[in-house]
Design a protein around this ligand. Structure first.
Ligand code: HEM
Length: 451
């Protein structure tokens, strides 16, 4: 296992290094790798030292470690004021394993495929209003939230997606990022102080979810056959084993909103950004994907298994991963010997651009996935080991169905394409803005060229 002593680091004082990193993390990673090699330390002021790892063998070794020797919950503690102390994010050990097991069944591929028509219809409804000047980054956040509300609460949720959006989107904004990374700001001086505002929002969001829990409980039957929404599933578990409280259920649901919404929306946005810079890729997708008036299970399966679409989806998450690093704490080292926390952080942005594995790594080349399955040490946009993302299938369905709808229905350009940059939104990297221009509808386009 990685020796944590003598890891090279920049001579910059930690405050300066934090600012340089925050302003342009990707460029800073590249500079550090060039100077120090595949393992280096970045000192984040007031939080922790991050040992950034992009050596594929070490990354694989990290994923292979048992949950007792590497803690991840501890590194996510900055999210605790929002997700609560018993969220799947912040727990470790057996409690984490229980929370994870409890959340997985409704997010399995087979379960979600049953909701494919609903997801497709939601995406389609939003895209009906697509117009010039629309910021796709924001539109995709709205689409994802609307789908998440249905997956989490069922199609007849008590509150509208708009009600959740009004509270959640500001909560996922820059004030929260600031509060997460600058602990002294976490003092509540009433609703006009940042932390007071933040706590008020978290409370309002929690109340919406408690409303759903209470409404669901008044519906008599929570039988197995009905348990399609996440909430129904969790309440059935609650009834069966009597271990978890309403607060626990509420905290897991907030965690899923926080983990799943902006990540999936950013994945959709990056995929769109790359595809709409390349008319040849749009052509190939149109040629490969079914052209249908009626959407049914067969069409859904064909889309989800389409090889070229899958290559495009995987390449979009490779060339610019939505989450550029994720962290663990090594129990035998850091907690005992270091005055400051030291996180071990696989840096997917760097290991997914490894020149030894990926030819021309900065280029968007879906074909590289045609006959290749890359090792987890070089390709893992959803993380790995016992903390690997549990929302993969939902994210994949959202991204693939959005691409399907877009390429079949529209051509457009991205305004100021060359000036679109990755922007940090809490822990994710999303495109700054993705404004639609020169929109045309499919029926007005030239017939497809035969490829
Ligand atoms: C493109 C979209 C997404 C990306 C790129 C993504 C990526 C990730 C990554 C990198 C991690 C950390 C893995 C690690 O530490 O090894 C993670 C964890 C997690 N993700 Fe996702 N995610 C996405 C969508 C979703 C969705 C839609 C949901 C929920 C419905 C979700 C729920 C979670 C949860 C609950 C965890 C914590 C798992 C644990 O600690 O055991 N994610 N995700």
């Amino acid at each position: 296992m990685l020796d944590l002593k003598d890891i090279p680091t920049s001579r910059l004082p930690s405050l300066v290094e934090t600012i340089v990193w925050a302003l342009n993390p990707l460029q800073y990673y590249e500079r550090c790798r060039e100077k120090f090699g595949p393992v280096f330390r970045i000192k984040i002021f007031g939080w922790a030292d991050l040992v950034m790892v992009s050596d594929p063998e070490v990354v694989k070794d990290i994923y292979a470690q048992p949950r007792s020797s590497l803690l991840a919950g501890e590194t996510n503690k900055i999210l605790e004021p929002m997700v609560g102390p018993d969220s799947v994010f912040v727990l470790d050990g057996e409690q984490h394993s229980h929370a994870r097991r409890s959340l997985q069944p409704p997010l399995k591929s087979q379960q979600l495929l049953r909701q494919g028509a609903m997801i497709n219809e939601s995406i389609s409804g939003f895209l009906n209003n697509l117009d010039n000047g629309r910021d796709l980054s924001e539109l995709f956040r709205e689409i994802t939230l609307s789908v998440m509300v249905k997956v989490l609460f069922g199609e007849k949720s008590l509150n509208t997606p708009r009600a959740y959006q009004k509270i959640l989107f500001p909560l996922l904004g820059p004030i929260t990022g600031l509060l997460a990374f600058v602990p002294p700001l976490r003092m509540d001086f009433g609703r006009f102080s940042p932390f007071g505002w933040y706590r008020g929002r978290v409370k309002a969001f929690s109340n919406l979810i408690y409303g759903e829990i209470n409404a669901q409980k008044t519906i008599e039957e929570l039988s197995a056959s009905q348990s399609r929404s996440m909430l129904q599933h969790l309440l059935r578990l609650q009834k069966e084993d009597n271990i978890v409280s309403d607060e626990w259920v509420k905290n897991q649901i907030i965690s899923l909103f926080v983990a799943g919404n902006d990540t999936s929306a950013a994945g959709m946005a990056w995929a769109t950004y790359w595809i709409y810079s390349r008319p040849d890729i749009i052509q190939k997708l149109r040629y490969s994907l079914p052209r249908v008036d009626q959407f049914d299970d067969e069409v859904l399966n064909t889309i989800m298994q389409d090889k070229y679409l899958d290559n495009v989806y995987q390449e979009a998450l490779r060339v610019l991963p939505v989450i550029d690093f994720y962290s663990r704490i090594r129990t035998d080292f850091c907690l005992k010997t270091e005055p400051k926390q030291v996180f071990i952080s696989p840096c997917s942005f760097l290991f997914q651009r490894d020149e030894k594995i990926f030819n021309d790594p900065k280029a968007f080349v879906p074909e590289r996935f045609e006959d290749n399955k890359f090792d987890t040490g070089n390709y893992s946009p959803y993380g790995g080991g016992v903390r690997r993302c549990i929302g993969i299938h939902l994210a994949e369905m959202l991204i693939k169905l959005t691409i399907f709808q877009l390429v079949q229905r529209f051509t457009f350009e991205i305004k100021g394409f060359d000036s679109v940059k990755p922007r940090r939104r809490n822990v994710i990297l999303a495109p700054s803005k993705l404004i639609v221009k020169s929109l045309k509808f499919a029926e007005k386009m030239e017939p497809l060229a035969t490829l």
